[in-house]
Ligand binder design. Structure first.
Ligand code: SAH
Length: 241
């Protein structure tokens, strides 16, 4: 029997600080400074998450909704290979896939009800704001964790780059996050430490100034040796340059 198509509807949507694709960590668990939330559709009552809070981590199955209709290629160039070596799409975690479904293991920080919706607080997400979630499953270490597993081109975590802040950027972060409760400085540091630049830019050193968006803030930064310097942190629409 061949199945032509499967229809499924999202169970909820992600709210995260990542408002554009540039800067989103390339895997879950790499940036955990600021929690995200998963807001379940009101048709999923408290009953549907009964017992879930006993698990520290969970799997999210989601739709790469920003790429719907974008197509896919049998071979892709993973950033971990410097963007110049190709592997099969099924040997990669690339978002452009025959079925645009993503999988992330994230930390479950809490579950609460907000109005008629159940809301899950999540740590370490690699998901665009608005991502539709198809399913949740508890993470089960005895079955899911394989510390001895071989992992091809992704056998170690990517190296982290040093990140420094200009005096102006330090002041601007403090203005946005006076008591540090939003963990804004740590968020920026963790996001840039992952080196969000497209891999192919490594071969084009000419460009050294970048901007990315977190929450409603424009973060401007530049390359400094092996690492990055945060130049400014300003609300979108108010930036001076
Ligand atoms: N952990 C997932 C995602 C890996 S790809 C998996 O292995 O399936 C991670 C990249 O997906 C991020 O860097 C971001 O650029 C992209 N991404 C995240 N959410 C997305 C969305 N809703 N639509 C399209 N791309 C998305």
């Amino acid at each position: 029997m061949t199945v032509q198509a499967i229809h499924c509807a999202p169970i909820g949507f992600i709210r995260s600080c990542y408002k554009e694709k540039f800067g989103i960590p390339r895997q879950a668990g790499l940036v955990n400074a600021v929690p995200a939330t998963l807001v379940l559709s009101p048709s999923f009552s408290q009953e549907t998450v009964d017992g879930l809070a006993d698990f520290s981590h969970l799997w999210l199955l989601f739709l790469f909704h920003a790429h719907l209709g974008a197509g896919w290629q049998p071979k892709v160039r993973p950033p971990r290979l410097g963007g110049n070596r190709r592997v099969g799409v099924f040997a990669s975690r690339a978002p452009f896939r025959p079925n645009p479904i993503g999988l992330s293991a994230v930390e479950l920080l809490g579950i609460e009800r907000q109005g008629s919706a159940m809301v899950l607080r999540l740590g370490g997400v690699d998901l665009l704001d608005g991502t539709p979630v198809l399913d949740i499953k508890p993470y089960i270490p005895y079955a899911d964790a394989h510390p001895q597993a071989r992992a091809g081109f992704a056998s170690t975590a990517p190296r982290e780059r040093p990140v420094t802040f200009s005096e102006v950027a330090e002041l601007q972060v403090r203005r946005q996050d006076p008591d540090g409760k939003r963990q804004l400085r740590r968020l920026i540091q963790q996001v840039l430490a992952q080196d969000p630049r497209p891999a192919y830019l490594d071969r084009r050193p000419a460009r050294d100034r970048f901007g990315l968006r977190l929450f409603d803030l424009e973060i401007r930064w530049q390359v400094r040796g092996e690492g990055f310097l945060v130049v400014s942190v300003e609300p979108i629409g108010e930036s001076t340059s």
